[in-house]
Design a protein around this ligand. Structure first.
Ligand SMILES: Nc1ncnc2c1ncn2[C@@H]1O[C@H](COP(=O)(O)OP(=O)(O)OP(=O)(O)O)[C@@H](O)[C@H]1O
Ligand SMILES: [Mg+2]
Length: 200
C-alpha cells in the first residue's frame, strides 16, 4: 500500500500550495478583505490565466511545471512538482544569463511573466519558471520593459551583493534570444528614468 501524503508546500500572498501524491495543487482561497464578487472574479481570472499561459508554455516545451488540470470552480491548478533548488538560494551570473535567455524566449512568444523574482524560479538541471498568476500575452515593448525592470528590482533587493553582475548577465542572455532587444532596453531606460524623476 502506498500512502499519499499531503503537505503544505508554501503559503503565498495569493494561494496555498499543497504537495500531494499527484503533484502540486495551487489553491486560491477566498480573501475576505475583497468584495465577494470581485474576489471570485479575480481568483477565477488568475486561475484561468495561469492555466492558459502554462498550457501554452507546455506546448512550446518551455521549462515550467507541466499542467495536469485546472478547476475554475474550486480555483485550483494541479501541476507537476519540480524537485530542485530555489534560484533565490543559488543565484550566480551564470544563472542570470540563463534567466535572461529564458525571459527572451517568453517575450519572443508574446508572454509577459509579470512577477519575475528568484523565488519564482526553481533550478533542476536548468532554470524552471513558476507562478504565472500575473502573466499575460502582449507584444508591447512597454510590457516587456516593465517585466525586465521588475526583475532588476527583485535582484537589487534580494541579491544586493551580486546584483550588478547578475543583471548584466540577464541582459546579455536576453540579447541572445530576443532579437528586438534594442527597443525593449531603450524602453526600460525610459521606464526607469520615469521612476527616478518621480522622486525629484
Ligand atoms: N510546481 C512546483 N514545484 C515545486 N515547488 C513549487 C511549484 N509551484 C510552486 N512551488 C513552491 O511554492 C511557492 C509559492 O508558489 P507560487 O509562487 O506559485 O505562489 P504565490 O501564491 O504566488 O506565492 P508568492 O506570493 O509567494 O509569490 C514557490 O515559491 C515554490 O517554492
Ligand atoms: Mg510566487
Amino acid at each position: 500500500m502506498t500512502i499519499k501524503m499531503t503537505t503544505i508546500l508554501a503559503q503565498g500572498a495569493e494561494a496555498i500550495l499543497y504537495h500531494t501524491g499527484e503533484g502540486v495543487v495551487k489553491v486560491r482561497h477566498v480573501k475576505n478583505y475583497r468584495h465577494p464578487e470581485i474576489d471570485e472574479q479575480l481568483r477565477k481570472f488568475r486561475t484561468r490565466r495561469e492555466a492558459k499561459v502554462i498550457g501554452k508554455l507546455n506546448v512550446l516545451g518551455f521549462p515550467c511545471p507541466h499542467l495536469q488540470k485546472m478547476d475554475d470552480e474550486k480555483m485550483e491548478l494541479t501541476m507537476d512538482f519540480i524537485n530542485g533548488q530555489k534560484v533565490r538560494d543559488i543565484l550566480s551570473p551564470t544563472l542570470g544569463r540563463e534567466i535572461g535567455k529564458k525571459v527572451g524566449v517568453l517575450h519572443t512568444h508574446g508572454i509577459i511573466h509579470g512577477d519575475l523574482t528568484t523565488s519564482n524560479m526553481i533550478h533542476n538541471g536548468e532554470v524552471h519558471f513558476i507562478d504565472f498568476g500575473l502573466s499575460f500575452f502582449s507584444d508591447k515593448a512597454e510590457d516587456k520593459a516593465v517585466d525586465l525592470h521588475l526583475l532588476r528590482c527583485a535582484l537589487e533587493s534580494k541579491h544586493c551583493d551580486i546584483y550588478e553582475e547578475c543583471f548584466t548577465a540577464v541582459l546579455d542572455g536576453y540579447k541572445e534570444t530576443y532579437p528586438d532587444y534594442p527597443v525593449v532596453l531603450a524602453r526600460m531606460d525610459e521606464v526607469e528614468g520615469r521612476g527616478r524623476n518621480k522622486h525629484k
